[in-house]
Design a protein around this ligand. Sequence first.
Ligand code: NAG
Ligand code: NAG
Ligand code: NAG
Ligand code: NAG
Ligand code: NAG
Ligand code: NAG
Ligand code: NAG
Ligand code: NAG
Ligand code: NAG
Ligand code: NAG
Length: 495
Amino acid sequence: MLVHWLGLLAGTALALHPVKDFRTASLQKLKGGVSKQNVAIQVPGKSESNAASYTISTVSTLPSLAPTIAVSDKIQYVLTDVSQSIYYINTTFTDTETQYEQTFQLLLDSGSDFTWIYNQSCSSGACTRDLVPKFNDSRKINSGDKFELSYSGDSVSGDILSTSSTDKTVFAFGSLQLTSFEFGLADEAPTIFNDFNVSGILGIPSQSEDHTKRSMFSQLYNEKIIDKPVFSLALVASNQQIEYSGNVSALPDNYGGLMFFGSEVAKNQQTFTDSVKYLNIQSNDNAYWLVNVTDIKLFNDSYSGDFDISESSLQAIIDTGTTGMALPMDDADNLHSQLFGSSLVTDSKGNYAFPCDADANITISLDGQKFSISVSDFKGDEYGSQLEGYCASKIQGLDDNNYWILGSIFLRRYYAIFDIQQHKIGLGVNNLLLYKLKEVKPTSITSSSLSSSTTVHGNSSSSQSTKHSKTSLANSSGLIAGLSYALLCMFAYII
Ligand SMILES: *[C@@H]1O[C@H](CO)[C@@H](O)[C@H](O)[C@H]1NC(C)=O
Ligand SMILES: *[C@@H]1O[C@H](CO)[C@@H](O)[C@H](O)[C@H]1NC(C)=O
Ligand SMILES: *[C@@H]1O[C@H](CO)[C@@H](O)[C@H](O)[C@H]1NC(C)=O
Ligand SMILES: *[C@@H]1O[C@H](CO)[C@@H](O)[C@H](O)[C@H]1NC(C)=O
Ligand SMILES: *[C@@H]1O[C@H](CO)[C@@H](O)[C@H](O)[C@H]1NC(C)=O
Ligand SMILES: *[C@@H]1O[C@H](CO)[C@@H](O)[C@H](O)[C@H]1NC(C)=O
Ligand SMILES: *[C@@H]1O[C@H](CO)[C@@H](O)[C@H](O)[C@H]1NC(C)=O
Ligand SMILES: *[C@@H]1O[C@H](CO)[C@@H](O)[C@H](O)[C@H]1NC(C)=O
Ligand SMILES: *[C@@H]1O[C@H](CO)[C@@H](O)[C@H](O)[C@H]1NC(C)=O
Ligand SMILES: *[C@@H]1O[C@H](CO)[C@@H](O)[C@H](O)[C@H]1NC(C)=O
């Protein structure tokens, strides 16, 4: 029997336990300035009502010039939680023999190569939430293999289920239906998911030579469902406005952006961006989306200059499973002190706060190409009481980490193309401010659709009259709360 041991690395100092907010009680001293040592900092409670909500700006009518994107089988919704901390997609497992069908929301994680779902047998906190379905097919199709992930004391383990075309099962992403796929059924789940409406993780490896059946995109290509093993993400950004028209009544409340499959990636590229810069993925045992960092420049209102990279060969991981950014501890310390000088507050454990009105930009060169993020991308919630006027940083330091982990705060700026075949990642500044979305067909499958063809129903331009508008869900300052962890999977196979 093949036993897989997978060690899951918690991403930040804070990630040792789950948090939904970048603020921390341990920020106790003001570096260089007035001493704030041993001052208790007011930190918001954990209840969901304290988590700020993000805003999708939907309008009833946009200028006719705004492009229309038709959500279909190859262009699907990416969903997000109330604080835009995680991104996930709907997947559906169907067993036609037992008539079992269940939709699972799985976190998109380009920092993992393995997909797993809570099993019915799981009684951990995360598995026992009403909103979160567990796998409950009465038929056993286990491969006989087991998996185990360890997450700083927490673990995820169970059996590996491996389906094939003879099993009469389907693992579907909207209407894209895979007959062969391999994923884990977890008997226990980590506490990091206790607050989130997901049933597990959809791992997205950058390469899949050894375990093709574990890579959803490689399998979709192998089964000739998509024409290229490539996908792209256009996460919704705070400055975008969306007009919605379509078959169902409204844009999903938890709309987080779009995922494009196969040739739709290139077809839609120009809608979002003028030019895409391609980066080579450095081969690595963990199937990370790993790229070389060639240069980093820092800017504040009185300074611009080079950041001294700690390592001679620094590398970055593009990780959809991380909310903020996690850097090697020394780099995180140096970067914040260079940007914010004596105004910086840190707990020396990888957590930082800086004046909310500070201006700063960071330009990271990957493979010689420049990518910028500004302070608004990494500024978190404002602290109260003793630290009034200071905001949490979404860039954190992490011990025993040699990489710069670039999470969703980085990805929200780019139309990001993940090309498994070419071993490249393409990033183009997402310039699209206004777009119209319409649905041309339902994106989720039903039992009856299993046997039906996947032709597009009707012509949705006829449903243009059904326009819906939704006002802001919350103040745009609500973009800031977040689950701060880097969901990176480090693994070794023991045979
Ligand atoms: C989970 O779903 C419930 C019900 O739809 C919602 O109220 C809650 O905000 C969701 N949680 C997150 C973290 O998005
Ligand atoms: C995702 O699945 C949930 C649960 O089945 C469903 O309520 C929701 O409408 C689906 N969303 C999309 C965008 O398919
Ligand atoms: C999943 O849960 C069911 C019900 O508790 C149990 O019978 C089954 O053995 C579990 N499967 C795995 C793979 O753990
Ligand atoms: C799981 O499946 C079993 C057997 O089909 C059924 O008795 C049980 O009610 C199901 N549990 C849930 C939560 O659906
Ligand atoms: C940061 O970038 C923004 C947008 O490009 C620019 O307006 C701002 O002046 C820059 N700030 C600094 C300190 O370089
Ligand atoms: C990336 O860095 C590694 C280690 O320094 C080096 O071996 C490799 O050639 C670099 N790749 C590119 C595309 O520059
Ligand atoms: C800007 O950066 C310089 C150089 O690191 C630093 O000395 C200065 O304090 C910073 N300015 C502010 C306002 O933090
Ligand atoms: C709308 O969706 C229904 C099923 O939910 C489908 O029968 C119908 O053809 C769709 N109409 C359009 C215009 O896509
Ligand atoms: C859909 O509508 C557009 C615009 O009205 C029209 O050009 C096109 O021929 C229609 N397509 C179908 C399949 O009816
Ligand atoms: C947003 O927050 C600001 C500052 O807290 C407040 O003045 C404003 O009224 C809020 N706007 C909305 C729409 O809630």
